[in-house]
Design a protein around this ligand. Structure first.
Ligand code: ADP
Length: 536
């Protein structure tokens, strides 16, 4: 056998052994890990017997028979392994369990001590080593092939019931086993059966490493980077061994120096690459810890937010009932239902009424927010005339604007625009926008223009009021955000109206935009909504 093949064999044996130990030590109590390690140990022993058969001339028959025994044990343990990989779902019938174990023991004894499976290992100069099969070789071949096929079927049957991670593990297993076991069966059993030469059996061991690496990866649940590092380490290891063999085989002093230099450089490069790989793995692990932390915090925050929304909703409901009762009684007194009341008390009661109204509005805003945040805001969508809403809003505000001596206009145009909306809620949004303009404008004008633009309608509210600074502009439409100047003018403001308005507009497939040239330069709010139809 050429030196590079024997070297490769030794490397594969060492790698398999290392992986068997690694998997076993990772969890000594798990049957999955135990059966995998037993399978891999037998695989190493099997490869070792092939190595011995081609490098040594004594005890050929014993080594040849051991080679068959290890192949039988490989199939036996892979069968057990398949029940536990990636997790155990099926229970093995005890009769099958004991019969199979008994059959395996018998087969091992027959293989070792009779010539029924392996009759002879003959060496001749033309063909090299030839294994002469015994009369019952077919029993071995069937035992091996059937067990391997059944094991694959067991793992494949589990696939559907697995979660995403386990499915991925099964995929690694299947790819690895297809490459190794089926190539192995082909080269070591089928080819040797038909050619009666054991030359092709040299290939089998080489495929085994693919299976061992891919399955260990699945068991150890390492991430992609780790398998990358295993492969890179394995390749570097091979490169160094090959350089070392070259050095041992060098004859002249010139080649010795050259090979020593080669080995030295590969060693340094290998150390450098492995060190960097480990650094990468380490930093990725730290990132993973951070990501998990962040996820946990996020879940906590969501829970807190939900609790807050629920608290707000309960409190607001509780507050609304007494406030409505207060409103009812105060308005009855104001209307004279309880008899005459002095002017002094009347004036005080009007103040109580107004304050109570503000509180009701605030509670309504808070309720709206909790409904929006918990996704329970209910809309009664219907065909709605925008002009009707605008006309009634004009009536609502004209007295106030006249009193403030502000020029107030609403231009709806000659068309009657129909929108598909919850009329009360949309009216509330436009009303809040006009109300703000009137509140924050001392002189000049407040104008409302309705403009049609490519299937949508813009309701533009422009005023010549206090304006909005760039800093405040970027924060508007968020809860409780108010401009400094606005807070001074209208102390009771909450900074909730625009937030609620925006959410309602969005629920109507619309939007609200704001622009202002800065403080003292007026503001412009544009509510855009889709048009249902236009009645001329
Ligand atoms: P509130 O008016 O109760 O404070 P809003 O959510 O309706 O709550 O408005 C939020 C903030 O937006 C106001 O406090 C004010 O700073 C600013 N704002 C809204 N409309 C105008 C406007 N027309 N002119 C100037 N500032 C405005």
């Amino acid at each position: 056998m050429p030196t590079y093949i024997t070297t490769l064999y030794i490397i594969i044996i060492l790698c398999n052994l290392a992986l068997a130990l690694l998997v076993f030590y990772k969890n000594k109590k798990s049957y999955l890990n135990i059966f995998f390690s037993l399978f891999t140990l037998n695989l190493s022993a099997w490869i070792f017997t092939i190595y011995l058969l081609y490098t040594n001339n004594s005890y050929l028959l014993l080594i040849g028979r051991l080679n068959f025994v290890f192949a039988e044990l490989i199939a036996f343990f892979i069968f057990w392994f398949s029940f536990y990989f990636p997790i155990k779902i099926f229970v093995i019938n005890p009769t099958i369990k004991y019969s199979l174990s008994l059959l395996t023991v018998l087969l091992v004894i027959v293989t070792l001590f009779t010539d029924l499976i392996d009759k002879e290992e003959v060496y001749n100069n033309v063909d090299g080593l030839i294994t002469v099969h015994g009369n019952y070789y077919i029993v071995f071949a069937l035992y091996f092939v059937l067990l391997v096929i059944i094991s694959t079927i067991i793992v494949v049957l589990k696939y559907k019931k697995m979660n995403k991670v386990h499915k991925l593990h099964i995929k690694y297993y299947i790819i690895g086993s297809l490459i190794y076991i089926y190539f192995g069966i082909f080269s070591n059993i089928i080819l040797t059966t038909f050619t009666n030469s054991s030359n092709s059996s040299k290939i089998g061991p080489i495929f085994s490493i693919v299976f061992v690496i891919s399955t260990s990866y699945a068991i150890l649940k390492h991430k992609l980077l780790d398998i990358k590092s295993v492969t890179v380490t394995f390749l570097l290891f091979t490169l160094n061994i090959l350089s070392f063999i070259d050095l041992i085989n060098s004859t002249t002093s010139f080649t010795i120096i050259l090979d020593a230099f080669k080995l030295f450089s590969t060693l340094i490069i290998s150390v450098y690459i492995i060190k960097n790989l480990h650094k990468e793995i380490h930093s990725r692990k730290i990132m993973e810890i951070f990501a998990k932390d962040l996820e946990r915090t996020n879940v906590k925050l969501h829970k807190l937010d939900d609790a807050k929304t629920e608290f707000m909703s309960i409190t607001a409901h509780q507050l609304r009932t007494p406030l409505t009762a207060t409103k009812g009684y105060v308005s009855l007194i104001l209307e004279g239902a309880y008899g005459d009341v002095s002017d002094k008390i009347m004036s005080a009661l009007r103040k109580v009424y107004r304050s109570n109204e503000r509180l009701i509005e605030l509670v309504e805003d808070l309720l709206n927010i909790s409904r929006i945040e918990s996704g329970h805001m209910e809309y009664k969508f219907q065909e709605t005339s925008l002009n009707n809403i605008m006309n009634s809003l004009y009536e609502t505000f004209v007295l106030r604007t006249n009193k403030k001596k502000i020029d107030f206009t609403i231009n709806t145009g000659s068309t009657n625009i129909m929108i598909y909306a919850d009329p009360l809620k949309i009216k509330e949004v436009i009303s809040n926008l006009i109300d703000n303009s009137v509140k924050y404008t001392d002189k000049g004008f407040v104008s409302v223009d309705v403009k049609i633009k490519s299937g949508k309608v813009d309701i533009i509210i422009t005023d010549s009021g206090i304006g909005i600074s760039k800093k405040v502009l970027s924060k508007l439409f968020t809860k409780f955000s108010r401009g400094k100047k606005a807070s001074g003018i209208h102390i009771e403001g909450t900074g909730l109206g625009l937030f609620v308005g925006k959410k309602i507009a969005e629920a109507h497939d619309g939007s609200i935009k704001v622009s202002s040239d800065g403080e003292g330069k007026g503001s412009k709010f544009t509510l855009t909504l889709p048009i249902l139809k236009i009645n001329l």
